[in-house]
Design a binder for this molecule. Structure first.
Ligand code: RIB
Length: 295
């Protein structure tokens, strides 16, 4: 294996409260569910755990509440080998939660950020040294917008590549787009960020920087000459929650190890496809060995 990638993830850590049901309730409707489970999640935490399972040296920058969920989240990081020196519990605050309905082959999610809102620019300023020593920084949008802006400026100043996974969707400033090295929206997020522009036009504007994930189809980008679709792998999906997080983590790890763009996307597509074969955002996240055995 090539050198061990140093990955820093700045983002959310939550508990996922997951209900499975045969039917998704409509507005004003009550349906009976099949099961209820609580599992660690949050886009930031998922990406940190996925990167660690793939063999990277991972530091998580985040916040949890001073509650029972916070303890579970911290233990889960430790069990997965993620450095939690900078995941500080916030006093008298609840941990973030994601309320997930798994029904009809897909998920619907309501996120309550809670302690994740305390991942502020000032909090990040305490760990500039960690950012400086990273091969790559990964960030998402379940933390305040000004933190994303601050980290983009910091990374660009320090010359550390930043991967922005703009999920969940919200508008992203031109400065952030300019300063990020890689941006990885899905089609829906891309429409919001680029004011409804077509996939083709958005990709052409940001060669080798913008990677639009299209679920089962694969990942599309423009290499400066032509548009390239790197197809995903067909699998029997049990739970697609966290597939995007696995993709982002694996893409970041592979790039940080010096793999080519195409090889990094292939590796990430494989990791993401394996991740959907088990229940829970982190349940199916593969180890390095599992990805390599299936490439
Ligand atoms: O990307 C999947 C994650 O989104 C879930 O784990 C949930 O926490 C939501 O934030």
């Amino acid at each position: 294996m090539s050198k061990k990638a140093k990955v820093t993830v700045i983002g959310s850590s939550s508990m996922d409260l997951v209900v499975t049901s045969n039917k998704r309730p409509g507005a004003g409707e009550t349906v009976l569910g099949e099961s209820f489970k609580t599992v660690p999640g949050g886009k930031g935490a998922n990406q940190a755990v996925a990167a660690a399972r793939l063999g990277a040296e991972v530091t998580m920058i985040g916040r949890v509440g001073d509650d029972h969920y916070g303890e579970i989240i911290l233990n889960n990081f430790k069990q997965n080998g993620v450095n939690v020196d900078y995941v500080e519990p916030v006093t008298e605050m609840e941990s973030g939660t994601a309320h997930i309905i798994l029904a009809e082959g897909d998920n619907s999610i309501v996120v309550v950020k809670a302690a994740n809102d305390e991942v502020t620019p000032a909090y990040v300023d305490q760990i500039v040294e960690v950012i400086k020593n990273s091969d790559i920084v990964l960030i998402q949008q379940e933390i305040p917008e000004e933190t994303v802006e601050h980290v983009a400026a910091l990374c660009s100043e320090l010359g550390v590549p930043l991967m922005l996974n703009p999920a969940p969707a919200r508008s992203v400033s031109d400065e952030v787009i300019e300063k990020a090295a890689y941006i990885t929206p899905n089609e829906h997020e891309a429409k919001i960020i680029f004011d409804g522009a077509s996939v083709e036009n958005s990709l052409r504007k940001y060669p080798n920087k913008l990677f639009i994930t299209e679920g089962k189809n694969g990942v599309r980008y423009y290499d400066g000459t032509e548009e390239i679709l790197v197809p995903s792998y067909a699998v029997e999906a049990v739970d697609t929650t966290g597939a995007g997080d696995t993709f982002n983590a694996a893409f970041a790890v592979a790039l940080a190890e010096g793999k080519s763009l195409q090889d990094s996307i292939k590796f990430a597509n494989r990791a993401a496809s394996l991740s959907v074969m088990k229940f829970g955002a982190q349940g199916g996240m593969p180890t390095r060995k599992e990805v390599e055995a299936n490439l």
